[in-house]
Ligand binder design. Structure first.
Ligand code: AG3
Length: 300
């Protein structure tokens, strides 16, 4: 199980201070661990939520024992979920974020003056509430951004009810396809995503890792389904120190726009946004996939 070591549950009096470790299993015999101070634990109707503090990575939280956000490396994930699509279509005005209850994705979208509305649907109010309290670095946007409309609800239903062509950009900032994130990895959901996007619309979705068997299998399943619905469907990767193997992927899907052929590098540069991970070279390079990842995606 992915959680704080059994022998080191917080609150247990026998634990010497400073010797508590959060561990996440990447495989039955492989575990990544962070020394931690517990900050909060809550079981919501959807998942178990834990917040911790680590000296190197700062505040971090896990859902069902899987690391979601750390203060130290969240900039990489949030740069990469937002900026590549914005650089391909600088005319994006209407954005829908599904999941992303920590606020990091909304924060990056909110940096674009041309964006007119940011709708966001997060299923778990507890994630939003706890991030507001413990992770203002990502969650402050909820109290600062007038273009943001936050709905606590089911993203699958929201997308099913949205009008055709209602959005220019969909950002699916989900957990893994087990638990509340499951419905966000189905063909029916991707069909609705296609339908509610404008002709120049883009969908970016969290698409797992390729190294460990469980992640690889989930990536393969997700990619197959997106690929069956969208004419353009590619993967791009980024270095994520606190996710399994240190490398993670997003899917780039669209009705026609190509992430490299249609890159508007000059237009994006002229916005003058300061980014700590994303740049034009990273944009291009992130779509280059190692052979073992290509093999994962190749239709049998
Ligand atoms: N969303 C979850 C990314 C996948 C985490 N999975 C894992 N560690 N196995 C992160 C939310 C950031 N806004």
């Amino acid at each position: 199980m992915n959680q704080t070591d059994d022998h080191a549950q917080y609150g247990a009096s026998s634990i010497p201070a400073g010797d508590l470790w959060f561990g996440e299993y990447y495989a039955p015999d492989v575990r990544f661990a962070l020394q931690c101070q517990p900050l909060a634990r809550e079981s919501s109707p959807y998942q178990q939520i834990d917040f911790y503090q680590n000296a190197t990575f700062g505040t971090f939280f896990t859902l069902n024992g899987f690391v979601q956000v750390t203060a130290r490396d969240e900039f990489i994930y949030h740069d990469m979920i937002v900026h590549p699509a914005m650089a391909v279509n600088p005319d994006i005005r209407r954005v829908l974020i599904i999941g992303g209850g920590d606020g990091g994705t909304a924060r990056e979208v909110s940096r674009y003056p041309g964006v007119e509305k940011i709708d966001m649907v997060e299923i778990d109010e507890a994630v939003i509430r706890l991030c507001r309290r413990y992770l203002p670095q990502t969650a402050a946007v909820f109290d600062q951004e007038p273009r943001l409309h936050l709905t606590v609800g089911n993203g699958v239903d929201f997308v099913a009810q949205a009008a055709d062509g209602a959005y220019d950009l969909l950002l699916v900032d989900s957990t893994d396809p087990v638990g509340p994130g499951e419905g966000l990895f189905t063909t029916a959901f991707y069909r609705d995503c296609y339908r509610i996007l404008s002709d120049r619309g883009i969908m970016i979705n969290q698409q797992e890792g390729a190294f460990y068997p469980q992640d690889r299998w989930e990536m393969q399943r997700a990619h197959k389904k997106v690929d069956a619905v969208f004419p353009v469907s590619l993967l791009y990767g980024f270095n994520m120190p606190t996710y399994a193997s240190g490398y993670w992927y997003f899917g780039f899907a669209s009705k026609g726009l190509h992430p490299l052929d249609d890159l508007q590098a000059g237009a994006w540069r002229s916005l003058g946004l300061q980014t700590k991970y994303y740049n034009e070279d990273i944009h291009r390079a992130s779509f280059a996939l190692p052979n073992y990842v290509r093999d994962v995606l190749r239709p049998e």
